[in-house]
Design a protein around this ligand. Structure first.
Ligand code: AMP
Ligand code: MG
Length: 509
């Protein structure tokens, strides 16, 4: 499918950009549709991510200039770009949809970053594609801002994620519940291969494509498996390991992805597709923010089991590659999927133990797990803020009651915390470590700053209603360095007041 000459973006030839590479677009033709972005009337640069530009070795001045902005808007493309929309399927809330694909995202190509890593450069909201179905191919400013902020926050937390290179306003309204300003986000990802990409080919019975994709995935993200005797079983296990670790890390910072459909799980191990996602304030394992998640399928505490459910869909796709005999293939798949729990359990429980300052001495992990589980139970019952409880605990010294005051004050019944703190103090007494060292370890695991929903909403409202980007800058400044104290910005640590609570988040699609 090609656009007419009138709507196709012009090519820019004279650029200081490195040429785009196209390893994905060199795969067989059923993997994607070639489609240029649809130009927009009045592109206006909202923000460039200078740190990421430097990481990619791109020219910041060129990107900020007319040709750069025109590229980010999809109005002009460098001659080396080869715009494609990737094909994929997916289980959405458990229901299989055989053809989803990039309905509003267009991959321009890949660049090799300063560390030699291949990164996809994709425009999200760049116009209709053959996969758009009834969608307009566009993105509204609100969700673009959310994705930008959440990606930077996740990166600041040290958790693998796609990130935004920049965002532009389009000068065009998009119609959701009401007209909203349109915007395009330039997404940088290790790749955009999803569980749903495998599902797309597997459901069509295209075994060659499944194998080609698996080989590509190994080459791009798991090169250590290239010489394996059982590369596809090992691939499944390696993907499962990365997902187990990733989801453990989400839980440890209170992140709720919100729409963990199989098309939103990247096989690189990065967090991808920030839709109705949110960091929770008060700890509640049943917390859901997404307006479309009516049954809590993707609630905070469901994420580990959904991760495995999604990987099981991947395993189903890979079965024919694992063994000619179906039963033998299933046995191999099951044993590969064991890697998920093996990665998740120690990452999660080990992480929790470390968040309350415990060092593994190899003797009493069971009792230590009970200690953290007990704390979480009390936090849930007494509406304690997830982020602040752990951060303030890091700042406390168990033998100094006044230092515990800020933590206990966060519980609706502070006595519930006091009872726990007695056990905590006893347990820490067994650890001959100076307070300062333990505190430093704890602070490095428990951020002071997360992009709280009411703050994200404030940014979106200011930008959408008044064109004011100052709140965005302020929020980014703290969440991109979330483990630091930022003494002048402590207001950003405050949980929402009653009237500020955001109860629902929206996909914005
Ligand atoms: P998401 O909810 O963003 O993960 O998207 C799910 C599917 O819907 C993907 O195939 C998207 O490409 C597609 N989609 C979402 N929003 C739009 C839109 N505005 N126009 C076209 N397709 C869309
Ligand atoms: Mg998606």
């Amino acid at each position: 499918m090609t656009a007419s000459a009138q709507t196709a973006p012009k090519a820019t030839t004279d650029t200081t950009l490195p040429p785009f590479a196209h390893s994905y677009a060199e795969l067989p033709e059923q993997f994607y549709a070639e489609i240029p972005p649809t130009p927009v009337p009045e592109p206006y640069l909202l923000r460039l991510n200078q740190a990421l530009i430097a990481e990619l070795g791109l020219d910041a001045d060129w990107l900020a200039g007319a040709d750069g902005v025109a590229m980010l808007a999809g109005n002009r493309l460098p001659a080396t770009a080869k715009p494609i929309a990737m094909a994929y399927a997916g289980h959405q809330f458990g229901n299989f949809v055989p053809s989803l694909g990039d309905g509003r995202a267009i991959l321009l190509g890949e660049v090799i970053d300063r560390r030699g890593q291949r990164r996809d450069i994709q425009l999200k909201g760049a116009g209709r594609t053959p996969f758009s179905r009834s969608g307009d191919g566009r993105a509204a400013l609100g969700p673009v801002l959310r994705e930008y902020i959440l990606g930077e926050a996740m990166h600041g937390l040290g958790i693998p994620t796609t990130r935004a290179l920049g965002m532009v306003a389009t000068g065009e309204a998009v119609f959701r519940e009401r007209p909203e300003p349109g915007a395009i986000l330039t997404r940088v990802a290790a790749s955009h291969i999803r569980v749903g990409t495998f599902e797309y080919f597997a459901r069509r019975g295209d075994r060659d494509a499944v194998r080609t994709l698996a080989d590509y995935l190994i080459q791009r993200h798991y090169p250590e498996l290239a010489d394996s005797d059982a590369p596809y079983a090992d691939l499944l296990a390696a993907v499962a390991t990365r997902q187990g670790e990733l989801i453990a890390r989400w839980l440890l910072v209170g992140f709720i992805h919100g729409v963990m459909n199989t098309d939103n799980m990247a096989l690189s191990g990065e967090t991808i597709d920030y839709g109705p996602c949110a960091f929770m304030d008060a700890y509640d394992p049943n917390q859901v923010y997404s307006s479309i998640d009516h049954f809590g399928r993707y609630a905070y505490g469901q994420q580990p089991s959904i991760g495995l459910w999604n990987l099981t869909q991947l395993a189903n796709c890979l079965l024919p590659l694992l063994d000619e005999d179906t039963e033998a293939a299933k046995t191999k798949a099951r044993s590969a999927l064991d890697a998920y729990g093996k990665a998740f359990e120690p990452a999660y429980y080990g992480g929790l133990r470390a968040k309350i300052g415990l060092m593994d001495d190899g003797t009493d992990a069971g009792a230590d797990d009970e200690l953290v589980t007990d704390l979480l139970g009390r936090m849930a019952q007494h509406r304690a803020d997830f982020t602040n409880t752990f951060r303030l605990l890091a700042d406390a010294r168990p033998d100094d009651p006044s230092s515990l005051e800020p933590v206990r004050a966060g519980f609706t019944d502070p006595a519930a915390f006091d009872a726990w703190a007695v056990q905590w103090r006893e347990r820490l007494a067994r650890q001959p470590e100076p307070d300062a060292e333990r505190q430093a370890r704890m602070r490095a695991l428990s951020p002071a700053y997360i992009p709280r929903n009411h703050r994200v909403q404030e940014v979106i409202d200011a930008a959408t209603e008044r064109g004011d980007l100052a709140p965005l800058e302020q929020l980014l400044a703290v969440v991109s360095r979330p483990y630091e104290d930022h003494p002048a910005q402590t207001e950003y640590r405050r949980p929402p007041r009653e009237h500020e609570v955001v109860h629902q988040t929206f996909c914005g699609t």
